[in-house]
Design a protein around this ligand. Sequence first.
Ligand SMILES: [Zn+2]
Length: 275
Amino acid sequence: MLELPEAITIAGQINKTLYGKSISNVIAAHSPHKFAWFYGDPQNYHELLAGKTIDEAKAYGGFVEIKTGSAVILVGDGVGLRFHDKDEKRPAKHQLLIEFTDDSALSATVQMYGGLWCFPAGKLDNPYYMAAREKPSPLSEMFDKAYFETMLSAAEVQKLSTKAFLATEQRIPGLGNGVLQEILYCAQIHPKKKIREFSGDERERLFESLKLTLKEITDHGGRDTEKDLYSRSGGYETKASKNTAGKSCPRCGNTIKKESYMGGSIYYCEGCQPI
Ligand SMILES: [Zn+2]
């Protein structure tokens, strides 16, 4: 899943590789997928985009937004975006294939679920996209200690677990279940720990880890469990993920546990992330 560091990495790669390319052909909804979401009829995408040029790409939370003249191509967090140079094979299955006049292409493939929205600028009012654009990015200066303390002190979050607080309700754009595990491992906080039980020191550690860990993952081009625009794994070595489950914790020697919790997996160290 694309989360903030991966979306930023891919947007940067699009700016480097695709900027200025002219769109010649668009194929949408080629491979049927139950949970692929489009803007209107995907068969109109060709007419909307053909002849347009790729402008700037930006990340908003886990979304990648690509501007093309008066239209926008937006992909959500469950979509794999890949670049294919002119001699490279295109994937057999895809939900969106954008071909350029130089015979290179961009493909988008939905994993479990995801949106592939192509629309005239300003026309999409998806609430998640709006929230991701409007709320301060956790990497920005606006997302400071005071802002975080206000979130953490809200009456309605006191009963929540740390995972529910950080990774649901779009409170923090692009902070999903993957980077969550890394942030909590570094902060030495259990994902099930209740917000109301936090000590002052834990509040401090969580904020510091959130800022530093997200920056570190972004600086390394995303997590090693995810792929970038060129199908390469990210350079950030995950500490609490499917790659480390069952292995021993480099910090304390206990085992990294995997558990199901709130519709997804959590990974944590039993030794140094006590509940
Ligand atoms: Zn440990």
